[in-house]
Design a protein around this ligand. Structure first.
Ligand code: NAD
Length: 264
């Protein structure tokens, strides 16, 4: 039987690449994203059309399958409904993968508009916490011996102080604490909790990061990485797909850089 995942932030970027990577590996995936923009933020979120397109592309791969589910990751009932789809339609949940995130900043923390601050903390830290609260019970409903995976996407900003992104750094550092605490709570269950810290990856969020810093484009971010280029979303998704699988069973409570050497 194929393994089953819920992936948030699935309409584009790293989340979309994760859905496609899992489907290619034979997984069944509930692909979650919000429908519509976040009125607190000055840039566009993924769209329903993009989410449906990712699901169609996953289906066309001919290995696994995917279904779209609209939910805001800060809404426990809506995200819980995505988990219910995994259980009723696909028979259970093996991986809860919290990818959805937003960025805001561009000022010192004390000058950041309060609604943008709330958006960053709600989505980037509250989202993974909600994913754990609705997803882990389903991971534990699988019979023993189980191979459940809780995964969250933090950031190189969790461990490096980046200028004018203090709220984002705080939220992402919170995600690293979250997986360590969850790993302790999950001891002996067969369910693990891990996070990755991507470097600069070529997505809509990175374009917004460039705008925040007043840059013409994302090129300068490439120069900060030892690989000398931006990462492709597929490269980051590859780490998540591997971590979601049974081969990562020795790892829990870990925070793994997938950053092209940004944190060297
Ligand atoms: N791109 C980078 O350079 C980079 C670097 C480090 C970490 N990250 C992290 O990787 C993750 C994915 O980022 P990305 O670059 O693919 O960004 P992206 O903006 O391309 O995609 C993020 C997706 O999350 C969705 N989303 C946002 N708020 C949501 C909500 N409340 N509910 C449901 N869905 C929501 C958006 O609609 C969008 O489809 C984020 O957590 C981000 O912080 C990205």
């Amino acid at each position: 039987m194929s393994r089953v995942a819920v992936v948030t932030g699935a309409a584009r970027g790293i989340g979309a690449a994760t859905v496609l990577g899992l489907a290619r590996a034979g997984w069944s995936v509930v692909a979650v994203d919000r429908d519509g923009d976040d009125p607190r933020l000055p840039y566009a979120m993924g769209t329903r059309h993009e989410l449906d397109d990712v699901v169609a592309r996953a289906g066309a791969l001919g290995a696994g399958t995917a279904v779209a589910h609209v939910a805001d990751v800060t809404d426990a009932d809506a995200l819980g409904a995505a988990v219910a789809v995994a259980e009723t339609r696909f028979g259970g949940l093996d991986a809860m993968i919290a990818v959805a995130g937003v960025i805001a900043g561009g000022t010192p923390l004390w000058e950041m508009p309060a609604d943008q601050l709330a958006a960053v903390l709600d989505v980037d830290l509250g989202g993974p916490i909600t994913a754990a609260r609705v997803g882990v019970p389903a991971l534990l409903r699988r019979p023993e011996p189980r191979q459940g995976r809780f995964l969250a996407v933090a950031s190189a900003a969790a461990t490096r102080g980046m200028p004018k992104l203090a709220a984002y750094s705080a939220a992402k550092a919170g995600v690293t604490g979250l997986v360590r605490g969850l790993a302790a709570d999950l001891a002996g269950t067969g369910v693990t909790a891990n996070a990755i810290c991507p470097g600069s990856t070529d997505t809509a969020m990175l374009a917004e990061s460039a705008r925040i810093y007043g840059l013409d484009g994302t090129g300068p971010f490439a120069e900060q990485q030892a690989v000398g280029r931006l990462l492709h979303p597929d490269e980051v998704a590859a780490a998540l797909v591997w971590l979601a699988g049974e081969a990562s069973s020795a790892m829990t409570g870990t925070v793994i850089p997938v950053d092209g050497g940004l944190s060297l």
